[in-house]
Design a protein around this ligand. Structure first.
Ligand code: AHM
Ligand code: MG
Length: 338
């Protein structure tokens, strides 16, 4: 549809023409998200210099209070949505309760779920981090979000995506019509189409997991990873291992080259670590749109009915065949959890 190098906003407007159900409001909302991403990217590129590594409460040379990067990122999204007329509430990892934007009522129709800075411990070692977003449209006529509006299945997402602050900054999104990736050209401050209609390989040869927790996993998870590590060249094993420790970066690599990322539950912590509404569901939406799968090990992530906004879920995400194989191990071993 677009040409490589097409600016994000022009691409969105063209997509809107092809799909009349896509609205101006939605295009504006994605441009607000991309603006926050540019602010965070710029700040991040100076992280080593600008004293943004300090803890909240530090004072910089101008006498301003220095914010930790994850607070800065959270505020950048808040600023982008304030008075933007689209977003009536934002649910983020940084705020216990939903943040309301009463100034955007009654026109606002969207709730945005955010992990403003995923994998933020990587900043201290100059490693990649990301932002994750999930967008839900509320019912017409609703003036403020109810619990029913806030706790929606991943299947109901209007769009989802992430921004990866890596060796270059990329915005990847889907609104249900494929997955498209844009790379930030820092010279002109624009996200330009670099990866159109991204597709994940059906099977990969890489697994990505924090293996330091091996002894804490339930045995089906251990057996699955043991299987991937076995020497079986005719079956494409052993798999290689890659783990960056930032969901966005690990899933982005998996999207491009195939394989599986997992953050499983543990015997003592069956819900795992990754948050459903602003980590698992949006990443699951993007990966499914690219032809892959996302599962808890026994259930499709997008089909989970949330019961709390900061709920956690185990996650197995990536190439269809690799996730299916993981599910086989998890289902076969379910008696181990009883
Ligand atoms: P965060 O959102 O607080 O940064 O936590 C989520 C991150 C993921 O990005 C990453 O995959 C995982 O936690 C790393 O956890 P661990 O250090 O336990 O491997
Ligand atoms: Mg996170």
């Amino acid at each position: 549809m677009g040409n490589i190098g097409t600016p994000l906003i022009r691409f969105l407007l063209e997509e809107q023409q092809d799909h009349p159900e896509a609205t101006d409001e939605f295009t504006t909302l994605l441009s607000q998200i991309s603006r926050a991403g540019k602010m965070i990217s710029r700040k991040m590129s100076r992280a080593g210099l600008a004293n943004v590594l300090g803890v909240t409460g530090d004072v910089n040379v101008q006498g301003e209070v220095v914010k930790k990067m994850d607070i800065y990122a959270n505020d950048a999204f808040k600023q982008a949505f304030q008075h933007g007329a689209q977003v009536i509430a934002m649910v983020t990892e940084e705020d216990e309760d939903p943040v309301a934007f009463p100034e955007n009522q009654p026109s606002g129709r969207y709730i945005v779920y955010l992990d403003p800075l995923d994998g933020s411990s990587n900043i201290d070692v100059n490693g990649p981090v990301g932002s994750i977003f999930s967008i839900h449209r509320i019912n017409d006529g609703a003036s403020r979000p109810t619990n029913t509006d806030l706790l929606r299945k991943g299947l109901d997402q209007a769009a989802a995506g992430y921004i990866l602050y890596g060796s270059s900054t990329m915005l990847v999104y889907s609104c249900g019509k494929g997955v498209h990736g844009f790379t930030l050209d820092p010279d002109i401050g624009e996200f330009l189409l670099s990866h159109e209609n991204m597709k994940i390989p059906t099977r990969g040869n890489v697994y990505s997991v924090n293996e330091g927790h091996y002894q804490k996993w339930i045995s089906p998870t251990q057996r699955f990873i043991d299987h991937l590590r076995e020497h079986a060249p005719d079956d494409g094993r052993p798999y290689s291992s890659r783990y960056i420790g930032a969901l966005v970066a690990d899933v982005h690599r998996t999207l491009l080259t195939g394989g599986i990322y997992l953050y499983p539950g543990e015997a003592e912590k069956p819900e795992g670590k990754i948050r459903l509404l602003y980590e698992s569901a949006p990443m699951g939406y993007v990966v499914e749109q690219a032809g892959g799968s996302a599962s808890t090990g026994t259930e499709r992530i997008l089909n989970i009915q949330p019961t709390a906004i900061h709920q956690r879920t185990p996650i197995f995400i990536g190439s269809h065949d690799d996730v299916s194989l993981a599910e086989t191990f998890m289902r076969d071993g379910k008696e181990d959890r009883q």
